[in-house]
Design a binder for this molecule. Structure first.
Ligand code: SF4
Length: 546
């Protein structure tokens, strides 16, 4: 029951969202510590994020903690929680899971709507403690450092419940921040930034290691199913962390570490939990196809009559024993990321997969009963030539011809969907210092693709959203001063207006190579392999240093 006066339309919208949810967990909103777990975007986007649902579940597992969700969604009354309608300013802790830099703007809008001062300096112990986790915290927390009290650098399982325990133990805000500042896995701007707003030392990121992966309680899975997500009533289970590859543009591979898989029994336990709520399950991971028991897991899902979807597959994982049970479980489409059009550029970006292998993978998928494909490409990779770009068009033509051939045999031709992004150089990757491609050159290269695919039927091409990418590149590599542009963006202006006021600094940062020691490069990663630890549990490298 809502505790406040709500516009009737919002009450109805919220009630409909809550009534549509099926749950396997009773998340209590009552507790001595009141915690809001937020997503800086709409309900639909937030509830589609497994990381967000997992953060709610982990908080709910802590003793005497009441948990409520909130979104940056006017239809759910931004600034108030969805679950009880409480003003978020009345809670003790507000923690966002944020995986996309541009959502930082929505985070500021949420604070404004709640009447909570944006700046740390203007808040005190009577305001909620503001916490940010998720990829954005680790990629580059500096643009939000004037706002957030504590950034969580790494796995929620290892850092989020202990953080809440510390909040419960320390009623004094100053002591709490000091305590957190002393621990690996947290970035506390009040203690870790100098007077010049630059980090005064390195901070260590903590990821799940082998032993944690073997623990069934550490397998993230949906605990709420709703039709109002991107995946419409599909429950998600994480399969693995890390990736066996190290593509040179990929932040995930350089920060999540080498591939570690959850045991199949633990994954199937979570599948069983999801099956109590829905018959649609999705497996997610950066390298979902590389789980050594994937074929058996899919077979088990088929036996239980579950409809299965996988997040993007690495091309070498497009094997018949994976694709056939997937198609038999109802999947109609798979997603792969060839990134570029020639073997040579793929080799240079450390993705040594040939066009021949991509065509073979596509053919295997079609033979196994998949009828539509999504292929993702990057424009603006370092060293990219026109030949690499026209190679994309050639590849799309060949895949489409293959789809038409296989489709005729079946009497139905699926759709080929080609999604394009412009490379946003990410911190901690080998391309971190590279300039982003200019808008003019991005347009010219995209035109080569469009010319090369003219007349190809059943092909949908999504062009890069250039200005958004430029803005994202700025926030990925910006320092404290990038907060000024965030403030402008949060005032409700359009991207055009934002660029009218901040074009100079955005372009100077995104379109030029990075020289010297970048200010954002201060997060290091702890080992993810147990064998990289000494018997004392310390990273071997530290032990050697003495
Ligand atoms: S295969 Fe995918 S997740 Fe792995 S390094 Fe390459 S882009 Fe990243």
């Amino acid at each position: 029951m809502y505790s406040v006066h709500y516009p009737r339309a919002v009450q109805n919208a919220n009630r409909q969202l809550l009534e549509a949810e099926r749950r396997v967990l009773n998340v209590t909103t009552a507790g001595r510590l009141r915690v809001g777990v937020g997503y800086p975007n709409t309900y639909k986007v937030g509830m589609s994020s497994l990381a967000f649902q997992w953060a709610v579940e982990l908080a709910a597992s802590c003793e005497d903690v009441g948990v409520e969700r909130f979104f940056a969604d006017p239809s759910t009354n931004i600034g108030r929680t969805l679950d009880t309608g409480s003003a978020i300013g009345d809670l003790d802790v507000l923690a966002w899971s944020c995986s996309f830099e541009l959502d930082a703007v929505n985070l500021l809008a949420t604070l404004d709507a709640a009447g909570i001062p944006r700046l740390r300096d203007q808040r005190n112990h009577r305001h909620p403690l503001l916490i940010l986790g998720g990829a954005v915290a680790s990629i580059n927390p500096l643009p939000l450092a004037p706002v957030i009290d504590v950034f969580v650098l790494g796995s929620a399982e290892l850092l989020w419940p202990p953080l809440l325990a510390l909040v419960q133990e320390n009623s004094d805000r100053g002591r709490l921040l000091l305590e957190l500042a002393d621990r690996d896995g947290f970035f506390v701007p009040a203690h870790h930034l100098g007077a010049d707003h630059k980090p005064n030392g390195k901070r260590r990121r903590i990821e799940k290691r082998d032993a944690h992966m073997a623990d069934p309680t550490m397998v993230p899975a949906s605990h709420v199913i709703t039709p109002h997500t991107e995946y419409r009533s599909r429950g998600l289970v994480e399969m693995s962390r890390g990736c066996p590859e190290k593509c040179r543009y990929c932040w995930v591979s350089y920060n999540y570490g080498r591939l570690r898989c959850y045991p199949s029994e633990a994954i199937l336990e979570k599948v069983e939990r999801i099956a109590r709520m829905t018959d649609r399950v999705g497996f997610v991971a950066t390298a979902v196809g590389d789980h050594p028991q994937l074929a058996e897991i899919l077979e088990e899902c088929r036996r239980r009559d579950l409809e299965v979807a996988l997040s993007s597959l690495r091309i070498p994982a497009m094997r018949e024993e994976v694709l056939r049970p997937l198609a038999e479980s109802g999947a109609r489409s798979v997603t792969i990321a060839p990134e570029t059009g020639t073997d040579e550029l793929r080799r240079r970006l450390n993705k040594p997969i040939t066009n021949a292998a991509i065509l073979e993978a596509a053919d295997t998928a079609l033979r196994c009963g998949i009828d539509s494909l999504k292929m993702y490409f990057l424009i603006g990779l370092p060293g990219e030539t026109d030949e690499d770009v026209t190679g994309i068009a050639d590849l799309l033509r060949q895949v489409q011809e293959m789809m038409v051939g296989r489709g005729r045999e079946r009497g139905q031709v699926g759709t080929l969907h080609a999604g394009f992004n412009v490379l946003v150089p990410k911190p901690y990757t080998p391309y971190a210092r590279q300039p982003m491609l200019t808008r003019k050159e991005t347009r010219r290269r995209m035109q080569l693709v469009l010319d090369g695919t003219a007349g190809v039927g059943n092909l949908r091409i999504d062009r890069p959203a250039y200005r958004e990418s430029l803005w994202q590149a700025y926030l990925s590599r910006g320092d404290w001063s990038a907060y000024a542009a965030l403030e402008t963006a949060a005032s409700g202006c359009s991207l055009g207006e934002l660029f009218a006021s901040h074009r100079r600094e955005i372009e100077a940062s995104a379109l030029n190579p990075v020289e010297g020691d970048p200010v954002w490069q201060f997060v290091t990663s702890a080992p993810v392999r147990d064998r990289d630890l000494s018997p004392s549990g310390k990273p071997l490298a530290d032990e050697v240093k003495g």
